[in-house]
Design a protein around this ligand. Structure first.
Ligand SMILES: C[S@@+](CC[C@H](N)C(=O)[O-])C[C@H]1O[C@@H](n2cnc3c(N)ncnc32)[C@H](O)[C@@H]1O
Length: 282
């Protein structure tokens, strides 16, 4: 039914003039942490250095991904959301958001957005939609919300008069305070019609003191990060935007509506990421 058999994998031999293989990218580091093949030596070195300070980083990445998939499954199956705007998509990782969502609602429409050329290089794998739905990919920066909200591609895929789930999974810790993440989220929320949802996750320093030095190393590699405590994340994305958190609120991603099929939840220090889902009443 038009689903990808496998995600195309350029791997180490793959080069594009847009792709800077000499420096790590957050998308490729995350791909490596999840066991993917679309990364270069610079990404693996950066990930290994983070893992020296914070050995559980791979567990945290997997738990984040599980939360994301449980969240979108909940939205599609229990809430009936049929439109998704997933910003900071990442390199395709099976299953992708559209595979989970269209497995429940084949006619669902998903707009993916990322600003890393490696994700663009794989975008074809992200756009194999169920024929009754629609999936598209936009190369854009979350820090320029209007370039996303007003883009022709996003407008063709999503109907802004019907509820949309805005997905900001593991992206906001790449936006430090001086880049005004609150204003960015506010612009997106303002564009969403009532009945929409915001799903977000965020790395936290609260349970693992070694996470700060690990982030500092990542920053030295050219990737800016800002881990935030739960209260800061909750305010930034949900409460200051007037959103209504869905039960159980902002919790460790490992504790959010855990599936009985999931393995036992790892200890908080290994997870070190919070997640939440909230309703935009309008
Ligand atoms: C850790 S990955 C998360 C992937 C996926 N959302 C998930 O949770 O499994 C972060 C993604 O955010 C993207 N990203 C980082 N900064 C961005 C920006 N300013 N605009 C758009 N995408 C960005 C990266 O390229 C990367 O693909």
């Amino acid at each position: 039914m038009g689903r990808p058999e496998d995600v195309s994998s350029p791997g180490e031999g793959f080069r594009s003039p847009l792709i800077d293989a000499a420096h790590p990218s957050s998308a490729r580091v995350y791909d490596y942490l999840l066991g993917g093949k679309d990364n270069f030596a610079a990404d693996r070195d950066a990930a290994d250095r983070i893992a020296e300070e914070f050995p559980a980083i791979r567990i945290g990445a997997r738990e984040n991904r599980r939360f994301l998939l449980r969240g979108v499954r909940h939205l599609a199956a229990e809430v009936g959301i049929r439109q998704f705007l997933d910003i900071g998509t990442g390199i395709p990782t099976s299953p992708n958001v559209h595979e989970v969502v269209q497995g429940i609602t084949p006619a669902a429409r998903i707009a993916y957005v990322d600003n890393d050329p490696i994700v663009l290089a794989h975008a074809r794998a992200l756009m194999v939609s169920d024929p009754s739905g629609r999936v598209g990919y936009l190369d854009a920066d979350v820090r320029q919300p209007r370039s996303i909200i007003d883009s022709r591609l996003v407008r063709e895929i999503l109907d802004f008069t019907e509820p949309i789930a805005l997905v900001l999974s593991a992206i906001l810790h790449f936006i430090p305070d001086e880049q005004n993440p609150g204003d960015i989220v506010r612009m997106f929320v303002a564009a969403l019609p009532p009945g929409s949802y915001v799903l977000a996750t965020h790395v936290t320093p609260e349970h693992e003191p070694r996470l700060r030095p690990a982030s500092a190393g990542y920053r030295a590699d050219g990737v800016r990060t800002q881990a935030r405590p739960a209260a800061e994340f909750e305010k930034l994305v949900f409460t200051s935007q007037g959103l209504e958190l869905v039960d159980p609120g902002v919790v460790l991603v490992s504790r959010w509506r855990r599936d009985p099929a999931d393995p036992p939840a790892p200890p908080p220090a290994q997870v070190s990421a919070y997640g939440g889902l909230a309703l935009h009443k309008g």
